[in-house]
Design a protein around this ligand. Sequence first.
Ligand code: HEM
Length: 485
Amino acid sequence: MATAPALTPSRSITAPQPEPMEQRLLQRIGDDIRRERRVRRRAALPAGSLAPSWANTRAIISDPLRLLLEHQRRFGPVFTIRLLHEPIVWAIGAEVNHQILVSDFDAFQWREGRFADLWPLLGDGLLNVDGAYHRDFRMLMLPAFHRDYVAGVAQVMTEEAIAAAEQLQDGQVVEIYHWVRELALRIALRGLLGLDATDGRERPLAEAFEASLAIHGEPVLLQLLPLPRTPLARAIAARRRLDALVRAEIEERRRRRDPGRGVLGLLLSATDDAGSPLPTGVVRDQAVTLLFAGHDTTTTTFTFLIHELGRNPDVRSAVEAELEGAVGAGAGVPSAAVLDGQALPGLERALKETLRCYPAAWVGPRRTTRDVTLAGVKVPAEIGVQYSSWVTHHLPELYPDPFRFDPDRFLPEREAALPRGAYIPFGGGSRMCLGKRFGEYELRALAVVLLSRLRFEPCSLEPPRIVTTPTLGPKGGLRFVVRAR
Ligand code: HEM
C-alpha cells in the first residue's frame, strides 16, 4: 500500500507566535463596536446597507450570492453590509480582486478577518496568521506541495479512490457529498499528514474532525449559545477529542524518534532558531488547518462536478470518451503523468467551470491595515473587507449567462481573454492556495478512477440549495444512482 514520501525541512522557524485571539463573545462584540466608532470618527464607510438588518444577516448565511449580486448592481464593486452588529465592506469584481490579492496586498491582514471565527479549531495555522510567522511556515511546508512530491502522493489518491469505488454496487443509491467527504478526508490524512492507513488511528481522527466542523451547519444564534447540549458545547467536546488524537499522534512519533511521513513529519523535523523542536500545539494548529483547507474544498468541487455532469449529458459523454482514450474504460489506473493536467483537456475544462460556478472557498475575509482606495472607493483602516470569487464568477460582464454550466468558457483563447482577477477559485498573489496542486491532482485522480468505472445518474435534476458551512456545499447532500460502465 502506498504511503506519503518523507520530507526534510529546509529552514527553521524564527518568527514568534502571535498572541492568542480574544474568544469571549461579549468582549469581542465590545471590541468590534469600539473599533467601528474609532473608524467612523475618522472616515465614512462605503455606501450600502449600513443599518442593522436581521434580513441581511440571515441572507448572507442562507443566500449570499443573491444578496451580494443585488448590492453590486445597486452600489457598484465596493459596498458595505452590516452583519449582526458589524459593518463589512464587500469588494466584488476583477479589478478589486487583483488589488486585494496582488497590488494592494500589504493593506490587508488575515488574522482579524472573519476566519477568526475558526480560530478555536484552527489556532495559529496558516489561514489565521500574517507576516513573518506566516512566511516561515509557508516556506517550511512548501516542499510538500512541489510537483514531484504531489505526483508521489498521487498513488495514495488513486488507491483510496479505487478502494472506495469497489465498495459501490450497480444500482445502489449514494449520497455523493458525504461519500466523497469521507474519501477526501482519508486521502488528506494519509497523503497529506502521512498517517498509516493500517494502524486504525485514521477513523477516530476523521470522526472527531467532522464533529468539530458540524457547528458551522447550525443556525447562527445556536452557534453562539454557550449552554450545555448546544451545538457549541458539542463542538467544544469534539475539538477536545480531536486535540487529544492529534497530540497522541505527534507524541507517538516523538516517542519512536521518527518524525514519520507527510507534512506532519516535516513539521516534527523542523526546529526553531535555537534548534529546539516546535511545540506540540504549534504543530497541531498547522496540521489541523491543512486538514480543514484540504478536504472540504476538494469534496465540494468533486460533488458539484458530478452534479453538473449529471445535468449535462453532452459534457459527460465528452469527458467519458476522453477518459477511455487516456486510461481505457473499466479498471483503468491513471499514472501520475495522466494527472498533471495536460492529458485530459476536456476534463480540465469541466473542472475549471465547476470551480467557476462553485468555488469552494467562496469568500476571502480580511481586515485593512491602512486606508486604501478600491476601484475608486475609499476604505478606511481597521475595517473588515471580504472579496468573493463566487460573486465575481457570476458577474454577467465577465461571464455571459453566468448561471449556465459551459466548460467551453475555458477553451484556451477564451480563457486567455479573461481580465486578471476575473477567475480566482484558488485566490491569488503570494498567499494563493498552498494546496492548489494537491487539490487539482486529487480531483483528477477521483474523476479518472470513478468516471472510468461508474456513471452517476442524478436522482433529481432540481438545482441544489447551496449552503456555506463554511465552504460551499449542497444542502442535504446530492443523491445519485450508481451504474457500472
Ligand atoms: C479545489 C480545491 C481547493 C480550493 C478551491 C481552494 C481554495 C483556496 C482559496 C481560495 C484560498 C485563498 C483564500 C483567501 O484568499 O482568503 C486557499 C488558501 C489555502 N489553501 Fe486551498 N483550496 C483547495 C484545496 C486545498 C488543499 C488540497 C489544501 C491542502 C492540501 C489547501 C490548503 C490551503 C492553504 C494552507 C491555504 C492558505 C495559504 C496561505 O495563507 O498562505 N487548499 N485555498
